[in-house]
Design a binder for this molecule. Structure first.
Ligand code: CA
Length: 225
């Protein structure tokens, strides 16, 4: 498995490259956005670890250009900033996962392996199930012809469920991916947000698209309910 690491902090880049090397990955390193984009466009990587704050081109811009150029290698974003805004931006642009610095190397490897298992499917710019449509770039959601206004957090929860259609998604998964891996508030917050989504996307349209799987989590049905 060949991985590109785009990171301008040379000590960190070298440590990640060395660590991934001992885990059996073939690793290339780029130290700025321009070189990172060039390599990712011209070489065939199984995954890219991409810092956001980079000289030359930001990680956001690298990601945007890669996806615009139909390069679908899974991208794990590294962000020093902390907050839903950055993460939501990166996910909108087609990142597959993210880690907030400082991160544990063990977690990085685990997340990378998970991404590699998923492979590089082509991603439609709009997610669709039945008459439910979510446009990540425009941050808009439609039920049939009707636009449904969601908050940033509601949008992220729905997007995560839509990217895992028909799968059971646990509360922990949602907390990790939509909130933060260090979130230490009440996990029932997930239930609250699923409730908001049902009230906006299902109830007014007579649907039941988000199922509660008792003791496991939630499942968004492919039929759209
Ligand atoms: Ca950086």
């Amino acid at each position: 498995m060949r991985v590109l690491v785009v990171e301008d902090e040379r000590t960190l880049a070298a440590a990640v490259a060395r660590g991934l090397g001992t885990e059996g990955f073939a690793v290339d390193v780029a130290h700025d956005g321009v070189d990172g984009l060039h390599r990712a466009e011209h070489e065939d990587y199984d995954a890219v670890v991409l810092d956001i704050m980079l000289p030359g081109l930001s990680g956001y811009e690298v990601l945007r250009r890669l996806r615009a150029g139909k390069v679908w290698a899974p991208v794990l974003v590294l962000t020093a900033k902390d907050g839903e805004y950055d993460i939501a931006d990166a996910l909108d642009l087609g990142a597959d996962d993210y880690l907030t610095k400082p991160f544990s190397f063990v977690v990085l490897v685990a997340r990378l392996r998970a991404l590699l298992r998923r492979g590089a499917p082509e991603r439609p710019t709009r997610l669709r199930t039945g008459d439910l449509v979510l446009d990540p770039a425009a941050r808009r959601v439609f039920r049939g012809e009707t636009e449904v206004k969601l908050t940033a957090r509601e949008f992220s929860v729905l997007e995560y469920l839509m990217r895992r259609l028909d799968e059971v998604v646990s509360k922990t998964d949602l907390l990790t991916h939509v909130w933060d891996e260090h979130f230490d508030g009440d996990p029932n917050i997930v239930e609250v947000y699923v409730g908001y989504l049902r009230r906006k996307l299902d109830a007014p349209f007579g649907r039941r698209s988000i199922e509660t799987v008792r003791g496991s989590g939630y499942r968004l049905h492919a039929s759209g309910g």
